[in-house]
Structures are given as structure tokens and as C-alpha cells.
Ligand binder design. Structure first.
Ligand code: NAP
Length: 370
């Protein structure tokens, strides 16, 4: 049996371990962490980490998050320095813009709202129809709907969600320019576009940002998109910066996804590919220990270290995760550390496509010539 003094020593030691223990999923970042760094996307200034709100009406696991708590996360993010919120008419559809509009209403003028048009969504009902729709008249009407749902008179950063193979990008730029003249849009961007379309769009109406998938898990933009953004002076916003949760350590060999969770049909998360691909999670975990950070913070800080005009938008429906993610703003790699980490990431060859073919077919598309 333990003596009283042994027990006291044990409790003291346990308390010391707890005090030194990481707070949120392995992070040593204090719960009071705030984000003070600002970055430029073209001429648009935003916090160095944003908040992706896509899942605030329905999570990847297909559950419905508690709405008051989503509003709380949106508002707490602002109190901690986040000024960049990423939505789209397709999220929900429509419902996420309503949640964001309600959440940011008290401080709307102090933040940047990004939203996106381009999927073929019924303007009234929000029903998703097959394919895309970037016809100029549809864009104008879609933006009017966004403004109502977001409770605002302007979208700070309006993206075309995917290139419409039926509509020349110059016509899309013309519609956006008209919206800018009317004061309804401030800046614009493209998502997952082809390279020539990016050049043509920027020539027609200068872009602030490109938003495409980029993370330690998917490094596709490094080859051509990032160099072109650099050449044209366009900022880059990586979507799924945490590898859709993979890089946080939330997925292991035995993880199987719910029906309706997109990750179920992403070949990179197929049971056959997980054993190989989890080497990347091991690498991130090792760096998390080394830097006294969480895996999510390593993934986000790595992205930020690649270029000074990269602004990740991690998505979350959990307060602790949002706080964990903004803690990445304080994490820095030395030049030697970054070179070592980049080399280790590059040495891991991810097996399996990032998206199913039916979704990938919308990426890298070139708009028709005018
Ligand atoms: N342009 C496009 O085509 C496109 C496509 C996809 C996404 N996006 C945008 O990018 C944003 C982010 O992408 P994403 O949500 O797909 O992927 P992500 O940010 O890479 O990962 C989100 C997942 O990670 C979990 N997570 C977040 N922070 C965590 C942390 N600190 N520790 C552990 N788990 C954490 C989230 O679950 P919890 O909710 O449980 O935290 C969620 O399952 C979206 O909200 C959206 O705005 C754009």
C-alpha cells in the first residue's frame, strides 16, 4: 500500500507533469495566444491565419454542429486576432454564409469576408444542380444573395470557385468588375484554375488571391502555381491546409470514413494507401515534439514559411482546435530547420490521388477563349 508521503510525492509529480503538458492536442501554446501578424494577398491585408467556416453547417463526418458554439468560435477567433473568414455559397449551400453573417455582424467592418460563386446552385432554394454556372448574369444575382445572407453590402474577396468551361474568363472578370464599380465586391480571386486562365484573368482584372489545395499532404502548387503567383504578385490561400485533418494525427491505420464524408472516396485515405501515407503524420509528430507544438501548428507554420504571401485557412468546428491553429502564428523555423523539414517532407511519396476523378475533373480547367 502507498504511504501518505509517497502518495503526496506522486500527486506533486503528476501535477508538475500536467503543468508542463501540452494544452491542445499536443501544443505548448498558451490558451491566451493571439495572432498579430498580418499578410498581404495582392493589395488586401489579412491576418496571417484565417478561419475556414465550410463545415459550420455540416461537418465532414456529416454531423450538424451546435450553432451557438459556431458563432462563439467565429467571435472568439476575432478576439484572438483573426480577420480573415472563408465561406462560399456552395457551403451548406447558403447556410454557412448565414452563420458567418450572423457571427461577424458585431465587428463586420474590421474583418475580411471571402466567399465564392461558380457552382450551379439555385439562387432561391440553394439546391445544388449538376455542373457549374459562371454566366455574368448569374454571378450578379448570386452575389446579391450572398450579400443578404452575409448581412453586408460588400464581399471583400470574391472567388470563382471553379472555372466554367462554357464562359471565357474575360466575361467573368467583366461581371466582377461591374460588381466592383457598384461597390459590392472589393477584390477577386480564382480557385483551382488552369495556369493560362490565371494569366488571362489577371490581365483582364488584377487578382488578389488564388485559393487551391496545398499542404504537406498535397504539394501540387509548388511546381507552377506558386511561381506564377510570385511573378504576378498574387497572394495564395491554401485550402485544406491540415490535409483535411490528416496532418493533425486524427486519422490512423484503422480509420474508416462515414458515408457522405468526402474523405471516404479520396484515394489517398483508402485503407491500402494509409500505411504508406501515415509516414507523413509520423514526421509531423516528431517535429511537434521537437518544437513543443501541436501537429496542426507544424503543418500551418510550414505553409507560412514557404512564402510570405501564403495565408492558410484551417477549418474547424471546435473551439480548442481554433485556438490551437492560431497558435501556429507564433511558431518559427530557422532556415536550417526549414531546409531539413522541407527535405523530409519531399522524401515521402504520398500514394493515391488527392480527390476522386469526378471531383478532380473540375481542377486545372482552362476557360474557353473569348
Ligand atoms: N476552394 C475550395 O475548393 C475549397 C475546398 C475545400 C475547403 N476550402 C476552404 O478551406 C477551409 C479549410 O479546409 P478543410 O476544412 O477542408 O480542411 P483542413 O482545414 O485541412 O482540415 C479540417 C479538418 O481538421 C480538423 N481540425 C482542424 N483543426 C484541428 C486541430 N487543431 N487539431 C485537430 N483537428 C483539427 C477539423 O475537425 P474539427 O471540426 O473537429 O476541428 C476538420 O475535420 C474550408 O473551411 C473552406 O473554407 C476550400
Amino acid at each position: 500500500m502507498q504511504s501518505a508521503s509517497n502518495r503526496r510525492t506522486f500527486l506533486q509529480a503528476a501535477a508538475a507533469v500536467m503543468a508542463a503538458a501540452p494544452l491542445a492536442s499536443g501544443a505548448a501554446v498558451p490558451a491566451t495566444a493571439t495572432l498579430s501578424e498580418r499578410r498581404k494577398l495582392g493589395a488586401l491585408e489579412v491576418s496571417s491565419i484565417g478561419l475556414g467556416v465550410q463545415n459550420m453547417s455540416r461537418t465532414y463526418q456529416t454531423t450538424v454542429p451546435n450553432r451557438p458554439e459556431m458563432l462563439n468560435i467565429i467571435r472568439t477567433a476575432f478576439e484572438r486576432g483573426v480577420t480573415f473568414y472563408d465561406a462560399a455559397e456552395a457551403y451548406g449551400p447558403h447556410e454557412v454564409e448565414r452563420i458567418l453573417g450572423e457571427g461577424v455582424a458585431p465587428f463586420r467592418d474590421q474583418i475580411v469576408i471571402a466567399s465564392k460563386f461558380g457552382w450551379n446552385i439555385d439562387l432561391e432554394t440553394g439546391q445544388r444542380r449538376p455542373g457549374l454556372n459562371s454566366r455574368p448574369e448569374h454571378i450578379r444575382q448570386a452575389v446579391d444573395g450572398m450579400l443578404k445572407r452575409l448581412r453586408t453590402d460588400r464581399i471583400d474577396l470574391l472567388y470563382q470557385h471553379r472555372v466554367d468551361p462554357q464562359v471565357p474568363i474575360e466575361d467573368v472578370a467583366g461581371a466582377v468588375q461591374d460588381l466592383m464599380k457598384a461597390g459590392k465586391v472589393r477584390h477577386w480571386g480564382l480557385s483551382e484554375m488552369g495556369l493560362q486562365t490565371l494569366r488571362r484573368a489577371h490581365a483582364a482584372l488584377p487578382l488578389a488571391a488564388v485559393q487551391s489545395e496545398y499542404s504537406m499532404l498535397w504539394r501540387g502548387p509548388e511546381e507552377s502555381v506558386l511561381p506564377l503567383c510570385q511573378e504576378l504578385g498574387i497572394g495564395f490561400v491554401p485550402w485544406s491546409p491540415l490535409g483535411v485533418g490528416f496532418l493533425t494525427g486524427a486519422i490512423d491505420l484503422n480509420t474508416r470514413f462515414a458515408d457522405g464524408d468526402i474523405r471516404k472516396v479520396e484515394p489517398r485515405f483508402a485503407p491500402d494507401n494509409l500505411p504508406n501515407n501515415l509516414a507523413l503524420v509520423e514526421l509531423v509528430r516528431r517535429w511537434a515534439w521537437r518544437k513543443q507544438a501541436s501537429p496542426a501548428q507544424i503543418a500551418l507554420a510550414w505553409l507560412q514559411a514557404q512564402r510570405p504571401w501564403i495565408v492558410p485557412i484551417p477549418g474547424t468546428t471546435q473551439m480548442a482546435h481554433m485556438l490551437d491553429n492560431i497558435g501556429a502564428g507564433a511558431l518559427r523555423f530557422t532556415a536550417a530547420e526549414l531546409a531539413e523539414l522541407n527535405q523530409s517532407v519531399a522524401a515521402i511519396h504520398i500514394q493515391g490521388a488527392r480527390l476522386p476523378d469526378a471531383v478532380l475533373t473540375f481542377s486545372g480547367v482552362e476557360a474557353p477563349l473569348k
